[in-house]
Design a binder for this molecule. Structure first.
Ligand SMILES: Nc1ncnc2c1ncn2[C@@H]1O[C@H](COP(=O)(O)OP(=O)(O)OP(=O)(O)O)[C@@H](O)[C@H]1O
Ligand SMILES: [Mg+2]
Length: 286
């Protein structure tokens, strides 16, 4: 018998969760896709924003072929609906658009177009997952600054831990963000994951004024390679794998994270915050 998907009424407010790491290749896109699909399986309407402006690969990983992107919406040649791609479990993918990162350079008309586009998404999105690019670039910081929650992905590699620490430090200094969720990827077991988290916590407690929450652990799983070959999300292609269970657990936890309290226009605020973050970044660099 097919288990029906529980449908929750759409929330008024959209939760925006950025996935970042500092170091490249630690599993951000993998986490973004599988968390998005797992939240959709809980009955949430989910949008996945590919914010890796240089090397978009959510679409490649899911075998989707975007013809247009946000730049086309900005230029007024199409509507947001024309660029949305339908992923597994109805996850809506907004393909990456190089150039959209330079928010402060947008004309008034482009800015209004982007605000309008995101306000349209607002009404049908409970959660927006933002997959960011590797490195502590201004684009990535901007997307993190604009999100409600930031998940920092780390794996058991000294460079990953150092870069995660550096990302947390820069985000804290730039925008005063003081709470971060840490997700350990490619771990052998929960004990290894927690030990790694504790190491990061120890250093950050000593040198930074931030709170780190352990978001969970995703085990090293050879099925990811098979899922990638099939251009599928692991939680769909291998639902009974250890890693899929870990993503389902993460989705249940993330689903309970407090939703933002503002009255309306959350995704419009997301755009506004990106513009402000871009301007602040420029001031700092000037
Ligand atoms: N838990 C895991 N077990 C095994 N393989 C994994 C796991 N997580 C990710 N991978 C694999 O690691 C590779 C890199 O993952 P991914 O592209 O998601 O990293 P990324 O952080 O988004 O990289 P980039 O910084 O280039 O954007 C992929 O081949 C993916 O299938
Ligand atoms: Mg990636």
């Amino acid at each position: 018998m097919v288990t029906p998907i529980p449908i929750k009424p759409p929330a008024d407010l959209t939760q925006v969760i950025a996935i970042t790491s500092g170091k490249g290749g630690v599993g951000k896109t993998t986490v973004a896709i599988n968390l998005a699909v797992s939240l959709a399986a809980l009955g949430r309407t989910v949008t996945l924003l590919d914010a890796d402006l240089g090397l978009a690969n959510v679409d490649v990983m899911l075998g989707l072929k975007p013809q247009k992107n946000l730049l086309d919406v900005l230029e007024g040649t199409c509507e947001l609906d024309d660029i949305l791609l339908c992923g597994p479990r109805g996850v809506q993918l907004v393909p990456a658009a190089s150039g959209v990162g330079h928010m402060a350079e947008l004309s008034e008309g482009e800015r209004a177009g982007l605000l309008y586009a995101f306000s349209q998404l607002e009404r049908r999105t409970d959660v927006m997952i933002v997959d960011t690019a590797a490195g502590i670039t201004s684009n990535t910081l901007q997307f993190c600054d604009a999100s409600h929650e930031v998940i920092v992905v780390v794996c058991n590699d000294p460079a990953s831990v150092t870069d995660a620490y550096a990302t947390i430090k820069v985000l804290n200094q730039r925008s005063g963000r003081s709470r971060f969720r840490v997700l350990v990827n490619e771990c052998i077991d929960d004990a290894e994951a927690y030990a790694l988290f504790s190491k990061l916590l120890q250093v950050s407690d000593r040198f930074l004024d931030v709170a780190l929450d352990f978001a969970g652990a995703i085990p090293l799983d050879s099925n990811f390679r098979k899922a990638l070959k099939r251009r599928a999300a692991l939680v769909e292609s291998h639902p009974n794998s250890r890693a899929s269970y870990a993503f389902k657990k993460l989705a249940v936890v993330a689903d309970k994270w407090p939703t933002p309290r503002h009255a309306s226009g959350q995704l419009e605020f997301f755009v506004e915050r990106m513009i402000q973050a871009d301007m602040a970044g420029r001031d700092v660099r000037a």
